[in-house]
Design a protein. Structure first.
Length: 105
């Protein structure tokens, strides 16, 4: 498991430029997604859960039918970290692979 290092403001800006559907809300990386139905949303969450477990870094998230909100913050670091960026990139890869996303949110 990689050690999390804090991101500086330039690194955060670069990350948001790389992944424009993400934002910083209350200090955490956040993305909202809408899928065609609950099954697609839950399937996506399952794939993210497996990736998060492999990284040893887990998101805060919620699901309501076809809507998934993801919030990522390394609480031990106290600010956005390299592990947060790594998990967000993994989420993006899962979305690209599944092509099940309906609304980028």
């Amino acid at each position: 498991m990689d050690k999390a290092t804090a991101l500086d403001e330039t690194q955060v800006a670069d990350l948001l430029s790389e992944m424009p559907h993400w934002s910083v809300v209350e200090g955490a990386l956040r993305r909202e997604l809408r899928f065609e139905n609950f099954s697609q949303a839950f399937g996506f969450m399952t794939r993210v859960a497996l990736a998060a477990e492999a990284l040893g870094h887990h998101p805060d998230w919620s699901n309501s039918w076809n809507h998934v909100t993801i919030s990522i913050l390394h609480h031990d670091v106290g600010r956005l970290s390299s592990m947060d960026a790594k998990l967000a990139r993994a989420v993006e890869k899962i979305l690209q692979e599944s092509q099940a996303e309906v609304d980028a949110g």
